[in-house]
Design a protein around this ligand. Structure first.
Ligand code: ADP
Ligand code: MG
Length: 298
């Protein structure tokens, strides 16, 4: 069983020929409302990969709230601990220009109210996995992480969006997932001078004393931990929209680790899933199912 404690957003996306300068108005395409938020994304990716998943988070009581759950509900993610509070739902206001360049404004809204008290007593078993990201208050993340670790559950932390965290603020997370930019930022923050993805991941794993995985876009992913260095390839694909690739990786990784796969197997499947998610538009609608992942692995 996987518990994802994290953000739930709606992405309000508008295509523009050119991103406006300050003070400038441009006309855009029809907008789309696409469910998003890193917590919701990772929960859906794990569920589509075959895991039992419970999402804990908060939406508002505004008109946009229901749009946040349109992929999670039919996929069978347990939403019974998603709270609805008075006020706005988390929204990401996104413009994408003709070259794929984007601007994103995140309004956290109800996500700011997500708190550890939403996780019921006895929520974690020793065989469980807790998956966390950085779009809800980190003090709440840490409280939930401590409870999961006390029960013997595995804790996986995706440091996205990047926030400067000290080793202590990683809490009991035994697996850290970052992309290459986040890896470089984290290394700099903890005072490491390593250069190059493998060296950075190695140095981070040693300094932080846990498994560190860095995703490398089209170059797959690399990890360093007690089992040594692991490198897995991405699938060669023609990317249409890479939004949510990192969240797909984290969710699918958690799904395979939770069912007992070793790190290499979990990473290999997560990398394939990440690549598949790049071949369709939008984040959540593009996440592959277990069947898709297995077919691509052949
Ligand atoms: N252009 C791409 N081609 C193939 N696979 C990709 C591409 N971009 C991402 N992926 C896959 O998705 C995973 C996560 O993507 P990455 O770009 O590293 O994260 P983020 O979404 O944080 O930028 C990668 O490990 C890789 O497997
Ligand atoms: Mg990327």
């Amino acid at each position: 069983m996987i518990t994802v404690f994290g953000s739930i957003n709606v992405d309000l996306v508008c295509d523009v020929a050119k991103i406006p300068n300050p003070g400038e108005t441009v006309l855009g395409s029809d907008y789309s409302l696409i469910p998003g938020g890193k917590g919701a994304n990772q929960a859906l990716a794990a569920r589509r990969a075959g895991a039992d998943v419970r999402l804990i988070g908060t939406i508002g009581d505004d008109d946009i709230a229901d749009a946040a759950l349109t992929e999670l509900t039919p996929a069978g993610v347990d939403l019974s601990a998603v709270a609805r509070r008075q006020g706005t739902t988390g929204v990401a206001i996104i413009t994408v220009d003709a070259r794929g360049e984007n601007t994103i404004v995140v309004s956290s809204g109800a996500n700011k109210a997500t708190h550890a008290g939403q996780v019921g007593a006895g929520a974690f078993a020793a065989t469980d996995t807790l998956l966390l990201q950085m779009e809800v208050r980190h003090e709440e993340n840490l409280q939930v992480a401590r409870r999961a670790a006390e029960a013997g559950a595995r804790v996986v932390l995706s440091i996205a969006p990047f926030a400067p965290l000290t080793p202590k603020e990683l809490g009991p997370a035994s697996v850290i997932v970052v992309n290459e930019h986040e890896a470089a930022d984290l290394a700099r923050y903890v005072g490491l001078s390593a250069r190059g993805d493998q060296a950075v991941v190695n140095a981070l794993a040693r300094r932080l004393d846990r498994t560190v995985i860095a995703t490398l876009g089209p170059n797959g992913a690399v990890a360093s931990g007690p089992g040594g260095l692991v490198h897995v390839p991405a699938l060669p694909v023609t990317p249409v929209d890479t939004t949510g690739a990192g969240d797909t990786f984290a969710g699918v990784l958690a799904a395979f680790l939770d069912e007992g796969a070793d790190l290499r197997t979990a990473m290999a499947n997560a990398a394939i899933a990440g690549s598949l998610s790049c071949t369709k538009k939008g984040a959540q609608p593009s996440f592959p199912t277990r069947v898709d992942i297995e077919a691509a692995r052949e």
